[in-house]
Write a protein that binds this ligand. Structure first.
Ligand code: ZN
Length: 82
């Protein structure tokens, strides 16, 4: 198997790996490959950073005050606004 074929095979599993959904056997295979393949290490680093950023955005949704006020008005909850 050429290196590029090996990378292609493993790249399909990368998102499952980052999510912790990959089987143990595949994790070990991927980690062995990552140990000697800088290209895939770069890909997985980028993917992890992207996912972390995405999770932070989901965890702390920024709802502007005016949007919140309109939403409360729509729901007839304006009396509860501080
Ligand atoms: Zn690779």
């Amino acid at each position: 198997m050429s290196p590029s074929e090996s990378c292609h095979h493993l790249l399909d599993s990368l998102s499952a790996y980052v999510d912790g959904e990959l089987s143990e056997a595949l994790c070990r295979e991927l980690e062995r490959h990552l140990a000697d393949c800088e290209d895939c290490r770069v890909v997985i680093d980028t993917l992890k950073k992207t996912i972390e950023l995405y999770r932070e955005t989901i965890a702390e949704p920024e709802v502007p005050a005016d949007v919140r006020a309109r939403l409360f008005q729509r729901l007839k909850l304006e009396d509860y606004l501080d």
